[in-house]
Design a protein around this ligand. Structure first.
Ligand SMILES: Cc1cc2nc3c(=O)[nH]c(=O)nc-3n(C[C@H](O)[C@H](O)[C@H](O)COP(=O)(O)O)c2cc1C
Length: 644
């Protein structure tokens, strides 16, 4: 193997000993513990699994210490492997102009070429580009796509993206394009006949090898995917049957960041490894040798009261800000609550924000509680996804992203970007005839909600906003509110989208009959959700719990969110510390829910639309409250004289 990493010194390029090597993984250096490489050791405390799940030593498999280890690498080499995996970074900053010697490039390419491949088809090729003029043309293509992507981002995301560097095509001396020939090896390539995409996977594995080998050599690598694949292929003279898999920029660097740059920039967070590992079946999360994870129990256990020291510091700072004491009214309290939630004064700005619109259908629709046909739920979901609803307009104005979650729509929805398919069932059962859902379905919907909260926070959102869609869901909300607050159905039930007197009387009767049938116990929130809830109520309750566990504020919309928040608070009373009541809906049950939760609405505009609209109107208020606490000068810092 002429280009392999073990070839004798005599064959080495004489330049090699002169390359910047302070970042290269030295053979002799003591490397950190292999466990350092695992995700769990790198996540912020708030994201960590709350329970210590390690199995006590006494319970360990006695064979564990007698594993066959004659093929295991010596400790130091093993640790070097884990080290290079942990310390590989996508690098875009701090490239040095030093050239990359040919023999270093050959070693890195030889490592890439040793990747596994489907049916040993080795579908990759590597195009090595150094020519400046060619790189300039390619950089122009990437700039065009960067601008297009930026134009489609909501406000805070667009500002954050503007600060990110996404390619180093001209800052690096070498670019390498990894391609894939999906036809290589002919018709009978083992494995590829069922899964043609395995050819692409094989080329990606070549990229991974290259990336790791480059890190060991002290070379930074940045992957650029801001290309139209065929446009780039044309620039490189690729034949029609060869695809671009990766465009990589390589060069020596001034340093390797300890964490992904996108994490440091707050764009996204690392998911703990325990969220990613499932035992036997998808959904049964848990690391080997540890107790299985119960996501709902975990999230509830992670919810803690607000930090009173941060709240006091925020209140005290409000009094020192260059304004009369208390002159920001309710917004002062908002800023204090945000500080308590974050455990920091001032709290981080609640942006970017994302509204999650949970959509589902209701069996109780059959009781004639609304004049709207059930198919409107699916039609409005399509409207949200096409950007044509009020929630889209308000989200665009507030600079928030819109995500739509199908948690139980009674129709099959086409997969489109922006739609999260998480259907528990195509609608609930009619709660006047039996429970709306099983306890298992209620728990599954709660889990959907909390996982979406986690995913949206991991994707970099710092504020979550609740939204809903579900024809007949004000009836289910009224029943939930009565169950949790003991309110009279005649007081808690409203006219929803607008109904006549006869329909209203029927709606109240439906709620009364449901309550009489199920005799709900508010101390059993999952049972109450199962009795009456829509899937969107249960998912919204999970969403609120998920936000509270991560100490991220969640702005509540109207009566559906209010009913869901009652369930969340019944499961974890401290969850209300994360909740900000966006508005007060016209639905009478909403005021009852907010009173029960001890929350005051930020706006009261006579809205009764749902979708997340009222909450989105309150988003700039919450953000302004946080920004004022962070940015406004104090009397001492600004040299302003205080009132006597
Ligand atoms: C398939 C793929 C495409 C990527 N495309 C880009 C890109 O176009 N621009 C960019 O800056 N980073 C890109 N990256 C790098 C990722 O942002 C980076 O891997 C991630 O943030 C994790 O950071 P780390 O690689 O340093 O661990 C890409 C990564 C992969 C795997």
């Amino acid at each position: 193997m002429p280009d392999g990493p073990h070839h004798p010194d005599a064959q080495r390029d004489p330049d090699e000993r002169r390359v910047p090597d302070e970042r290269r993984v030295p053979d002799e250096r003591r490397v950190p513990d292999a466990q350092r490489a695992t995700d769990e050791h790198r996540v912020p405390d708030a994201q960590r699994d709350p329970d210590e799940r390690r199995v006590p030593d006494a319970q360990r498999d006695p064979d564990e210490r007698r594993v066959p280890d004659e093929h295991r690498y010596p400790d130091e080499q093993r640790e070097a492997v884990y080290r290079v995996i942990a310390e590989r970074r996508d690098v875009r900053q701090g490239f040095r102009p030093d050239p990359v010697p040919a023999d270093v490039l050959r070693r890195v390419l030889a490592a890439a070429h040793q990747a596994p491949s489907v049916g040993f088809s080795q579908p990759w090729d590597f195009v090595v580009i150094t020519d400046r003029a060619r790189r300039e043309q390619i950089a122009a293509l990437a700039r065009k796509h960067r601008d297009e992507f930026a134009a489609g981002l909501p406000g805070a995301r667009a500002r954050a993206f503007d600060r990110l560097k996404i390619e180093s095509i001209l800052d690096t001396p070498v670019n390498i394009v990894v391609t894939c020939d999906r036809t290589r090896g002919g018709r009978h390539t083992l494995g590829r006949h069922v899964q043609p995409q395995t050819a692409d996977f094989s080329s990606v594995l070549a990229v991974a090898n290259l990336w790791l080998a480059a890190r060991a050599e002290g070379l930074g690598v940045g992957w650029v995917s801001f290309f139209d694949e065929r446009e780039l292929a044309a620039q490189l003279g690729l034949p029609a049957h060869v695809e671009v898999i990766a465009y990589l920029c390589l060069g020596y660097v001034t340093g390797f960041a300890p964490e992904p740059e996108l994490a440091t920039a707050g764009w996204a967070r690392r998911r703990p490894v325990s969220w990613a590992v499932h035992a036997e079946e998808f959904g049964r999360r848990g690391l080997p040798g540890e107790e299985p994870v119960d996501p709902l129990a975990d999230v509830i256990a992670a919810i803690a009261p607000p930090d009173t020291a941060a709240m006091s510091a925020a209140a005290e700072r409000q009094d020192r800000m260059t304004k009369p004491r208390g002159s920001l009214g309710v917004l002062e309290e908002v800023s204090v609550r945000l500080a308590g939630l974050a455990g920091a004064c001032p709290a981080p700005l609640p942006e970017p924000a994302c509204v999650a619109v949970f959509a589902a259908d209701h069996g109780v629709h059959a009781q004639g509680v609304t004049p709207w046909p059930q198919e409107v739920t699916a039609q409005m979901v399509a409207n949200f996804l096409a950007g044509g609803a009020v929630v889209n307009a308000f989200a665009a104005q507030a600079g928030a992203e819109v995500t739509v979650v199908d948690v139980g729509v009674a129709a099959s929805l086409e997969p489109v970007p922006g739609l999260l398919p998480r259907k528990i069932a195509p609608g609930t059962a009619d709660f006047t005839q039996g429970p709306a859902m099983t306890r298992e379905q209620a728990t599954a919907a709660l889990t959907v909600g909390l996982e979406i909260a986690r995913d949206l926070v991991a994707a970099g959102n710092r504020c979550l906003v609740t939204g809903d869609m579900g024809i007949a869901n004000t009836t289910a909300s009224a029943a939930l509110i009565c169950a949790f607050t003991s309110a009279d159905p005649a007081e808690a039930t409203g006219r929803g989208t607008g109904i006549d007197a006869a329909t209203y009387a029927r709606k109240v009767d439906v709620v009364c009959r449901g309550l009489a049938r199920h005799r709900p116990d508010p101390a059993d929130p999952v049972g109450v959700l199962a009795a009456f809830g829509g899937f969107e109520h249960a998912a919204l309750a999970g969403f609120i719990l998920g936000a509270a566990a991560l100490r991220v504020p969640v702005i509540l919309d109207g009566v559906i969110s209010g009913a869901a928040a009652l369930a969340a608070a019944a499961l974890a009373p401290d969850a209300t510390a994360a909740c900000f009541a966006g508005h007060r809906s016209v639905e009478p049950g909403h005021a009852l829910a907010l009173d029960h939760l001890g929350l005051s609405p930020l706006v009261d505009l006579g809205l009764r639309l749902g979708e997340g609209t009222g909450a989105l109107l309150a988003l700039p208020l919450v953000q302004s409250a946080a920004r004022a606490l962070r940015d406004v000068a104090t009397f001492d810092s600004a040299g302003v004289t205080e009132k006597q």
